[in-house]
Design a protein around this ligand. Structure first.
Ligand SMILES: Cc1cc2nc3c(=O)[nH]c(=O)nc-3n(C[C@H](O)[C@H](O)[C@H](O)COP(=O)(O)O)c2cc1C
Length: 148
């Protein structure tokens, strides 16, 4: 199974670490949406979208990339890292996928070191994340995606 994961990871590279763990489990191309201008996602069996959570949702460039390049009726999944878990982080990216009649195979999320704004004053939150356990869960998640 050939998978593309289109991602944004800028704050501490947290999401990228999770994606590298997943990519070790199969044939996965990691596509940085900030450097890739065009892409042919039609060629992939499965497409992931991944981002740190910025102001309650996936970073805008991932949302725009999905809107522009996600073909209709693909199998998709979502990966995110966040400072603090809260409901609704994947709502917007899910809406985009559903508008394109895509099948959502699953979602993976874990904490990621966060030093944004006032958290910087206390040395950040979710320190040390993603940790070894998060990465192991990420590998297992991607194995399950592949098995579907
Ligand atoms: C500008 C900014 C906004 C953020 N907004 C949220 C948020 O709404 N909820 C949350 O839990 N974490 C938030 N975070 C923390 C990031 O989601 C977290 O650190 C994530 O792991 C960053 O991923 P990255 O290193 O792959 O970019 C924010 C961080 C930044 C820099």
């Amino acid at each position: 199974m050939k998978t593309a994961i289109c991602y944004y990871s800028r704050h501490h590279g947290n999401t990228r670490k999770v994606l590298e763990a997943m990519a070790g489990e199969g044939e996965v191309d990691l596509i940085d949406v900030t450097t890739r201008q065009t892409v042919r996602l039609e060629e992939y069996d499965c497409i992931g979208f991944a981002s740190g959570i910025y102001f309650g949702k996936f970073q805008t460039s991932v949302l725009q990339f999905a809107q522009q390049y996600l073909p209709e009726r693909k199998n998709v999944f979502f990966v995110s890292t966040y400072g603090m878990l809260s409901p609704g982080y994947t709502k917007t990216i899910k809406q985009i996928a559903e508008e394109k009649h895509c099948l959502v195979l699953g979602e993976f999320g874990c904490k990621g070191f966060d030093t944004y704004g006032p958290f910087k004053l206390v040395g950040g939150i979710a320190k040390g994340h993603p940790d070894a356990q998060d990465l192991e869960k990420a590998r297992m998640f991607y194995q399950e995606i592949q098995a579907q």
